[in-house]
Design a protein around this ligand. Structure first.
Ligand SMILES: Nc1ncnc2c1ncn2[C@@H]1O[C@H](COP(=O)(O)OP(=O)(O)OP(=O)(O)O)[C@@H](O)[C@H]1O
Length: 251
């Protein structure tokens, strides 16, 4: 994407963003209001930018031709994902597969595989309303991956997951990132350190830092910013450097 700008009334949520994302797991970090959700919504083609150009899977998202094909190859877990509480897990994930126009014959096996990958095989015929918050989040991840997406967008996927599930989920992310472009927004630095190949740190709609989790940890070690984890120290150090008077965008 180039020159991407998103405005919500008077707030500039994304300010002339240039970013290229390839295969791998991209961690999107940043303080509340930095623009992470705004960016993910544009990539998911549910929001249109006010300016700039976004190319997804070789298609310009401003051109309607080709957009349906792009959406079939996307997976998206919104921050607040809407679901039908009366559906079973199987019915809900199958419904999303149908929305993505997957071939009907492929749906049953794809649903079972996606549900198993998020560790809910034993609850596949339970109604979504009977599940815990963390389990519902996992249903959200299952619906996002049911079509084996080429671009997977996950807005705070680990919120509400217990530690064991988070560890499992990071393994799944690494697996998915081997062949797909995965974008994960999170406030949990452990997820970034363990699962991401690259980190993009946003601050007030601009890129404050881009690099590997290892490089961000190293920055934390050398700059001595506050934090309990090397990458947390890197996060605060990068934000401070970006906010320092006269600092230029370090991309
Ligand atoms: N619908 C809206 N109406 C008005 N302002 C909005 C709207 N959505 C987002 N904003 C503003 O745009 C900016 C970016 O918000 P966004 O939700 O993208 O940030 P975020 O990095 O995802 O934050 P968080 O970590 O809290 O989820 C914020 O200043 C927010 O207040």
């Amino acid at each position: 994407m180039t020159g991407l700008r998103v405005r919500h009334r008077k707030t500039l949520a994304l300010d002339s963003l240039d970013l290229a994302l390839g295969t791998g797991v991209h961690g999107l970090l940043g303080p509340n209001g930095a623009g992470k959700t705004s960016l993910i919504r544009v990539l998911a083609t549910v929001a249109r930018p006010d300016a700039g150009r976004v190319e997804l899977l070789g298609e310009d998202t401003a051109a309607h031709r080709g957009l349906a094909g792009v959406r079939r190859r996307l997976g998206y877990l919104p921050q607040d994902f809407g679901y039908y509480p009366g559906f079973t897990v199987r019915e809900f994930v199958a419904y999303v597969a149908w929305l993505k126009e997957m071939p009907a014959a492929d749906v049953p096996a794809a649903v079972e595989r996606a549900v198993a990958r998020v560790g809910l095989a034993d609850r596949i015929d339970a109604k979504v309303r009977t599940l815990s918050g963390g389990m519902v989040r996992r249903v959200g991840i299952a619906q996002a991956i049911v079509n084996d997406p080429a671009v997977l967008l996950l807005d705070e996927p680990t919120a509400g997951l217990d530690p064991e599930q988070r560890v499992e989920f990071r393994g799944l992310l690494r697996e998915l990132g081997a062949t797909a472009t995965v974008v994960v927004s999170t406030h949990l630095v452990e997820d970034v350190a363990a699962a991401c190949t690259e980190v993009t740190l946003l601050d007030a709609g601009r890129i404050a830092y881009r690099g590997t989790p290892q490089a961000l940890s190293l920055l934390g070690e050398t700059s001595g910013g506050p934090g309990d984890h090397p990458i947390e120290r890197g996060y605060t150090a990068a934000l401070r450097a970006h906010r320092a008077p006269g600092a230029r965008e370090a991309v």
